[in-house]
Design a protein around this ligand. Structure first.
Ligand code: IMP
Length: 192
């Protein structure tokens, strides 16, 4: 069976992908490689970061590999927090702090358009491939809902009346930016 490393520490993401890929590939985690450190992420775009993570594993283990990176891009803030979504309010700050910073910066702004974007970089047979997933929506004026993580309580996907944090995880996982990008990756892999 072909082996493919998913450069993530997130067990939930690993299970999701392993289930969706047909029998041709065995997904190897960083835990299987006994790699427990953070992988450097110093790029200025989601693509750069995803590739940096995939490349890091490829260079060190010489195995085909993919990695993902996600950001929230807000139109009125020129695409912020974008690649800095995890640490928008500063290193080690909480999801609450990050959301508060967004809500403060958008105070009195009428344009509240935003999107979540996931980019997956795959290194397969020495070639690089990218898969993107985008969900468009708006930033609410207050936090709503308890599900999910990150910016979910302030993100209202277009066509819905509930924020990501008010949807069940199952509902969100069917239509999220990550699900869209993952489906494209899986479609590609299932054709190999
Ligand atoms: P990562 O690339 O998946 O590690 O995501 C980077 C950051 O983006 C996270 O720390 C969250 O703040 C934010 N983020 C990523 N995905 C989501 C999501 O599905 N909902 C809300 N926030 C997210």
């Amino acid at each position: 069976m072909k082996e493919l490393v998913f450069a993530t520490q997130n067990k939930h993401k690993l299970e999701e992908i392993q289930q969706a890929i047909n029998g041709q590939f065995r997904i190897i985690s960083l835990f299987d490689l006994n790699y427990f450190e953070d992988i450097p992420e110093t790029g200025e775009t989601l693509m750069e970061n995803a590739l940096q993570k995939a490349n890091f594993i490829y260079q060190n283990y010489k195995k085909d590999c993919f990695a993902d990176d996600t950001g929230l891009e807000i139109e009125a803030l020129n695409g912020e927090p974008g690649v800095y979504s995890a640490r928008y309010a500063g290193n080690g700050r909480s999801f609450e702090d990050n959301m508060n910073k967004v809500l403060e910066k958008l105070h009195n702004k009428t344009n509240r358009k935003a999107c979540f974007k996931t980019v997956i970089a795959l290194i397969y047979k020495k070639q690089t491939y990218y898969f993107e997933g985008i969900v468009n929506g708006t930033i609410t004026t207050e936090k709503k809902g308890k599900e999910g993580f990150g910016y979910d309580p302030i993100f209202l996907p277009n066509g819905y009346t509930k924020t990501f944090a008010e949807l069940s995880l199952e509902e969100k996982n069917k239509m999220s930016h990550r699900a869209i990008a993952s489906k494209k990756l899986i479609h590609f892999l299932n054709q190999q």
